[in-house]
Design a binder for this molecule. Structure first.
Ligand code: IMP
Length: 430
């Protein structure tokens, strides 16, 4: 039996969906523990592409139970649309395959309206959020004003809580942000409809997962976004509003840390970022454009072009430490097939000083410049390679360099979007 946590090791979009999909073969349960439909996982099975924002990617495997833990924020409309889309493609034949914890916080229309209006009002200082209402929903959770799924499915409790909170939200929308107020009756009508459809998925993540552990089952904990977007350990304030690192798997599902066995960080062979915020190895030149094109770096959720840059080992070392990573999965290696030289950032230079650790002070980080080591590219197509020892020597050197600087072994290498374009060095469930 093994319980494995998968987290993004960079700023999100590392290709977690594919890795989770592969590891799901070994798991009985797949649990999401934070974030909401700000995430976007693109999965390719055969020639069919499926994009999931909320439901764990494990749903594509019949017989695997997918659990949405209490740490997630849930937009009921999106959730129900996703279910409909999956069913139309022949997935989710058995509704008991999907469970949502009753303590997930519900993303309400005012959360989305406030998120979008605040960003608009922030001008150049905006965060670059996905506009899905994620931050405002987590604010209400921490501020003890949130509405949880357990509240939503109880019409009296839902109406009372909404009545209490809506005047404050409308005051904020109208008087501060200059947006129209929202009508209570319309929200009640819309959300009561969702409640009726959601009821059958309601359950308790902590009870189910702990029971699974007692029965000797394998659990995969599926993180969303990335470690550098963590609200505590990321590049604050340019972060998302949840605990994206491995610790979040415990608080976001109600499973204790002693049951976690392996923590796998997913990292691209280069770096991308969407939204605003510091990005020391960013390439604002033809090389950056080449990476963007070769990697098809456009957001699965918002369609925004992703910023691109060279591999940043300083940032990755930080993620290895805050997560306690036991292994790395390096994705999109094939994107680097056609580069004469490939750079790896091994340290930062800050006002003439050499920094080996990722600065926790945002004002320092924004003034850091990358110090690179240059490696020769392998200049060949590795997208059909399935065994580690078939990789060109220069590709192996690149991976060894990453392992050496981060102190973490690469246990999986992805060389294309399909399931069969994967080199598995070690199975974390074995
Ligand atoms: P929010 O999560 O919508 O509040 O956005 C906050 C920051 O996190 C923005 O920079 C977003 O672009 C970024 N972000 C949120 N979700 C993802 C994701 O799944 N992948 C990459 N970036 C994300």
């Amino acid at each position: 039996m093994a319980n494995v946590i998968i987290v993004g090791a960079q700023w999100g979009d590392e290709g977690k969906g594919k890795v989770v999909d592969i590891y799901t073969e070994n798991a009985n349960d797949v649990a999401r523990f934070q974030g909401g439909n700000n995430a976007g996982h693109t999965l390719v099975v055969g020639n069919e592409k499926t994009v999931l924002h909320l439901i764990p990617s494990g749903i594509l495997h019949p017989g695997k139970r997918c659990i949405i833990g209490n740490g997630v924020v849930l937009d009921p409309k999106i959730f129900l649309q996703e279910i409909e889309g999956l069913k139309a493609k022949g997935y989710l034949k058995d509704d008991s395959q999907l469970v949502v914890d009753g303590n997930v916080h519900i993303i309400m229309p005012y959360h989305k309206a406030i998120d979008i209006a605040r960003e608009k009002a922030s001008g150049a200082r905006k965060i670059g959020t996905t506009g899905r209402g994620i931050g405002p929903t987590y604010e209400d959770k921490i501020g003890r004003r949130g509405i949880r799924l357990n509240d939503l499915v109880n019409p009296q409790v839902f109406a009372r809580k909404l009545k209490e909170v809506l005047p404050e939200k409308n005051f904020m929308l109208e008087k501060f942000l200059g947006e129209p107020a929202l009508a209570e009756e319309a929200i009640i009508e819309e959300y009561t409809g969702y409640a009726l459809q959601l009821k059958k998925y309601l359950g308790c993540a902590s009870t189910l997962l702990n029971q699974s552990i007692r029965e000797g089952h394998n659990i995969l904990f599926e993180g969303a976004q990335g470690s550098l977007l963590d609200v505590d350990h990321g590049t604050y304030p340019y972060v998302t509003s949840s605990s994206t690192i491995s610790g979040g798997a415990c608080t976001g599902t109600g499973v204790g840390p002693r049951f976690m066995d392996e923590i796998i960080g997913i990292s691209k062979a280069y770096v991308t970022r969407v939204g605003e915020g510091p990005f020391p190895t960013e390439l604002n030149d033809a090389m950056g454009e080449k990476l963007q094109k070769a990697g098809n770096e456009f957001g699965a959720t918002t369609g925004r072009p992703r910023r691109t840059g060279w591999f940043d080992a300083v940032a990755l070392r930080e993620a290895v430490r805050t997560n306690g990573m036991t292994g790395l999965a390096i994705t999109k290696m094939d994107v680097l097939n056609d580069f004469d030289t490939i750079k790896v950032c091994t340290a930062y230079s800050y006002k003439g000083e050499l920094l080996e650790d990722f600065p926790r002070d945002f004002e320092v980080l924004r003034e850091c410049h990358p110090v690179y080591e240059e490696l020769e590219g392998w200049k060949s197509d590795i997208s059909t390679v399935t065994e580690f020892d078939q990789l060109p020597e220069k590709a192996v050197s690149y991976l060894k360099k990453i392992e050496e600087i981060t102190g973490c072994p690469a246990i999986l290498v992805s060389v294309g979007p399909r399931r069969d374009q994967t080199i598995q060095v070690k199975n974390p469930f074995a």
